[in-house]
Design a protein around this ligand. Structure first.
Ligand SMILES: C[S@@+](CC[C@H](N)C(=O)[O-])C[C@H]1O[C@@H](n2cnc3c(N)ncnc32)[C@H](O)[C@@H]1O
Length: 246
């Protein structure tokens, strides 16, 4: 596995000699990140992780290939659901989240992976190197979702697959409430926008859903629903037309 990681992250892994490695870019040093959000995140999500969210993660991640990029990996909630065959590079720009992620990876509480401080808006990887990109509960909190999705498209191999779990904007009156609540919620929940339409953003970025389901989970917060779980493949531009790669 290390040979594969070397080709992706280059000499930043040199000398580490372990599958679980924490690699920081100079710009990350000294940044404390959002400590309060990182501290409460696992507590807040625990009931869902033990129920529907944990099941969604497990079923979705059973489909990953052998070279996996996870963006915005947070505290590492996905790590325990990856199959052993998966080589995982996890990026997380927030230092407080990333230290929990690195601990989980090292401690055997989840799949060991390479942990990188990087921003999904400008991924430090060559094009087409990953067969799977995992993006769970991230698109709502990135500043420029279109830029991030462009990067995910770029680093995926033409036969690769994007796996997502996102909460999405509801319809009707609830959508209006989500729009009004978003400025307050963003301050509490690490920049999360309740009114983001992740499905539309993914399709706009030249992905086509293979499978997807939008549903209201049991006992979800009334302003944080519905959820989208799906797999999507990258489309390739050929002249003026877009077509499915396979
Ligand atoms: C709600 S948490 C989700 C964490 C994890 N993916 C999960 O499923 O539990 C959102 C994460 O996205 C990360 N994030 C925000 N902006 C990002 C960006 N531009 N690039 C990569 N990650 C980002 C945050 O730091 C945070 O860890």
């Amino acid at each position: 596995m290390l040979g594969w990681l070397h080709s992706v992250v280059g000499d930043r892994l040199a000398g580490q000699g372990r599958e679980s490695s924490s690699i920081e870019r100079p710009a990350d040093r000294g940044r404390t990140g959002n400590r309060a959000f990182a501290a409460v995140y696992d507590v807040f999500t625990m009931p869902a992780e033990r129920g529907w969210l944990g099941r969604c993660r497990r079923e979705l991640l059973a489909q990953v290939g052998s070279s996996v990029l996870e963006v915005g990996a947070g505290t590492g909630a996905n790590l325990r659901h990856y199959p052993r065959s998966a080589g995982v590079v996890a990026i997380e720009p927030d230092a407080a989240m990333r230290s929990k992620l690195a601990y989980r990876s090292r401690s055997g509480k989840g799949r060991a992976c390479a942990v990188l401080g990087a921003d999904a808006e400008a991924l430090p990887f060559p094009s087409g190197v990953f067969d799977t990109v995992v993006c769970t509960l991230v698109l709502c909190s990135v500043r420029h979702p279109d830029r991030v999705l462009g990067e995910l498209h770029r680093v995926l191999s033409p036969n690769g697959r994007l796996l997502v779990i996102e909460h999405v904007r509801d319809s009707g009156r609830r959508a209006e409430w989500q729009r009004r609540l978003t400025p307050f919620w963003r301050r509490l929940a690490g920049g999360c926008r309740l009114d983001h339409d992740a499905r539309a953003a993914i399709e706009r970025a030249d992905f086509a859903f293979e499978r997807s389901v939008t549903f209201v989970p049991p006992m979800s917060l009334p302003w944080l629903r519905p959820f989208l779980v799906g797999t999507a493949v990258p489309l390739r531009r050929t002249g003026d037309s877009r077509k499915r790669v396979r």
